[in-house]
Design a protein around this ligand. Structure first.
Ligand code: AHG
Ligand code: MN
Ligand code: MN
Length: 334
């Protein structure tokens, strides 16, 4: 009943993402607020990107930017706008040593001589699923935070750490509402942007992924080029009452899996022998979130978070979601 809902909201404490981060920070007296600031800079940028996405057609910033990114993919105007927004929100902070983006070939050295006890590396996909913008489909931002490795030589190789090293990971889904899902290693928290007050409000603590669900999500157009184990799994799923949902925006597809359970996959294909998704700023942050919510995430038979990256934009195949559903796929890959 709507009245119940309103009553529930009034009875709930109103917790903004800033107050959540400050309460988390207070649990670690030895910290000095730098980590909190990095995450609040990301939430500020998310509000800016949300506003620009919602007015994209009005401001005539849909469509191609007329350039290609490092993956030889045509950049959308909003890819560039979102990227610049994150750079401008993160670049001013002396404890952010390096920023790395899907849209920039090389990592950007923001502060080589960083202050703070342990400076940070922030990686992101500023606008995920941007090809869905023109059709008003869900798009997102994905981010990952690591400690800067001062011993890295050259300094640009500092981000090349396995996903298990992530201090925080999350995504923002720009859909019917703007949802920010975040983990700092103590479970998964979900916030929704209240546009009337411009604040991300905590709506669910310690989100857990459903154990099982007869849902799978992948682009079946490439089935003939998947390795045979995936084809056998799909044949089994078709015979066992599974349903398929696929938006083509990783953030939207993974959010549905987090909420309803099931398995999301981007298998190897002839065109993309390691899959299409990038390890550092798509597969790893999503893997940390899904594992923190009680699910599993693998690249074939290897745990994604254990992969030692060799280069910033390397790709990894993805099988993530409910533990039982991921294990079922892997039975066919053994
Ligand atoms: P991006 O827009 O950041 O390049 O990411 C698009 C990715 C991901 O969001 C999605 O899961 C995948 O591309 C869809 O790929 P296909 O169109 O090949 O299915
Ligand atoms: Mn992406
Ligand atoms: Mn992108």
């Amino acid at each position: 009943m709507l009245e119940d809902h309103i009553a529930l909201t009034e009875s709930q404490n109103l917790t903004s993402i800033q107050s959540y981060l400050l309460s988390e920070e207070a649990r670690y007296p030895e910290t000095n607020g730098d980590f909190t600031w990095v995450l609040s800079a990301i939430s500020l940028s998310a509000k800016f990107i949300a506003a620009r996405c919602r007015r994209a057609r009005i401001e005539a910033v849909l469509g191609d930017a007329g350039a290609e990114n490092v993956h030889a993919e045509s950049q959308q105007k909003l890819d560039v706008i979102a990227n610049e927004s994150l750079l401008r929100c993160l670049g001013t902070r002396p404890t952010v040593a390096i920023v790395a983006s899907e849209e920039n070939e090389e990592p950007m050295i923001i502060h080589s001589e960083t202050e703070g006890e342990r400076p940070y590396v922030v990686l992101f996909d500023p606008l995920d699923g941007s090809s869905n913008l023109d059709v008003c489909g869900g798009v997102g931002t994905i981010f990952s935070v690591l400690h800067h490795d001062r011993r890295a030589h050259p300094i640009e190789s500092s981000p090349l750490q396995p996903g298990v090293n992530q201090l925080a990971a999350g995504y923002v889904l720009y859909g019917p509402s703007t949802v920010l899902v975040l983990t700092t290693g103590n479970g998964v928290q979900m916030f929704v942007l209240d546009p009337q007050i411009g604040s991300f409000l905590l709506v669910e603590k310690d989100v857990r992924i459903p154990e099982k669900s007869k849902n799978y999500s992948l682009n079946e157009a490439y089935t003939s080029s998947f390795p045979s184990g995936y084809q056998e799994y799909l044949a089994w799923a078709h015979e066992n009452g599974y349903s398929q949902r696929y938006v083509g925006t990783m953030v939207a597809d993974v959010h549905r899996i987090l909420m309803k359970g099931g398995v999301f996959m981007y298998p190897p294909t002839e065109k993309a022998p390691n899959g299409k998704l990038r390890l550092m700023y798509e597969a790893n942050p999503m893997s940390m979130l899904i594992e923190q919510a009680g699910g599993k995430s693998f690249s074939g038979l290897d745990r994604t978070l254990d992969i030692q990256p060799r280069e910033l934009h390397e790709r990894a195949s993805v099988i993530l979601g409910s533990a039982g559903e991921v294990e079922k796929v892997q039975e066919f890959l053994q």
